[in-house]
Write a protein that binds this ligand. Structure first.
Ligand code: SAM
Length: 233
């Protein structure tokens, strides 16, 4: 992978950037995504934010190597803290982290999302956290994608601001309203795998010691199993 040729996962993320956007890539690591977005005229300006020193330095080196320092500002900092009002960022990308961490980043500084029209989020796990965050923060899903690469399954969630709070059913929140409708092979394989895993855990809990904690876990998993079985049948 380099700034000219991204992984399929990051290409899919980049394809959701509206042409000419001003983007912030939070957790930019090697800064390939902002470089690619500028080189392909998807973005006109980018902030590449990084909280870890090593990835921050490799992002800096990459931007200098690609001769894009005039259009990409690499900034060291936690989450959305790297964005200023003057940047007029309209599109935020957060990819390659867990859903819980992405949600924490979004919740830490909601005022930084004032000028933002679109969020392109790629949680490695726990996408439901983002759908639930959207319901509480006047963002709605406008598209979702699921793909498999290097033996891993990735979900990409695209959200835009909305005046009316979005509401999702339990099934939609867990599996994704768009993914649920499309129900492609990657989606089916992912949830078959999750289902088998949960069924194994429930069997273990049934044979284990009785406790309030185990009972709660069993209740939660049984509900999820029921939702997913309904979808896969
Ligand atoms: N976004 C790239 C991608 O999708 O390939 C890099 C993903 S990498 C697994 C996650 C990166 O996010 C790491 O470089 C990590 O240092 C950075 N990161 C984690 N938490 C962060 C935060 N709160 N603010 C900024 N960067 C963060």
């Amino acid at each position: 992978m380099n700034e000219q040729k991204l992984s399929n996962r990051l290409t899919c993320v980049a394809n959701y950037i509206p042409k000419g956007s001003r983007i912030a890539d939070i957790g930019s690591d090697h800064a390939y995504l902002p470089c690619y977005a500028i080189l392909n005229e998807m973005a006109s300006f980018a902030v590449a934010g990084e909280v870890a020193k090593g990835p921050f330095e490799s992002a800096q080196e990459q931007v200098i190597k690609a001769e894009l320092s005039g259009k990409i500002d690499v900034r060291f900092g936690d989450g959305l803290a790297v964005i200023t009002t003057a940047d007029a960022i309209d599109t935020v990308v957060i990819a390659g982290m867990g859903g819980t961490l992405i949600r924490t980043i979004l919740e830490a500084e909601p005022q930084k999302l004032t000028s933002v029209k679109r969020l392109i989020l790629q949680p490695n796990i726990g996408a439901w956290q983002i759908r639930e965050w959207a319901e509480n923060n006047y963002f709605k899903l406008i598209s979702e994608a699921i793909l498999r690469e290097d033996n891993k399954t990735y979900e990409i969630l695209v959200l835009e601001k909305t005046e009316r709070a979005a509401r999702y059913t339990d099934k939609e929140r867990l599996l994704g309203p768009f993914l649920l409708t499309e129900k492609n092979d990657v989606f089916v394989a992912k949830w078959q795998h999750e289902l088998a895993n949960w069924q194994r855990i429930v069997a273990g809990l049934q044979n284990g010691q009785e406790s309030e904690q185990n009972a709660d876990k069993m209740k939660e998993l049984t509900k999820k199993i029921q939702l997913v079985e309904e979808v896969l049948k």
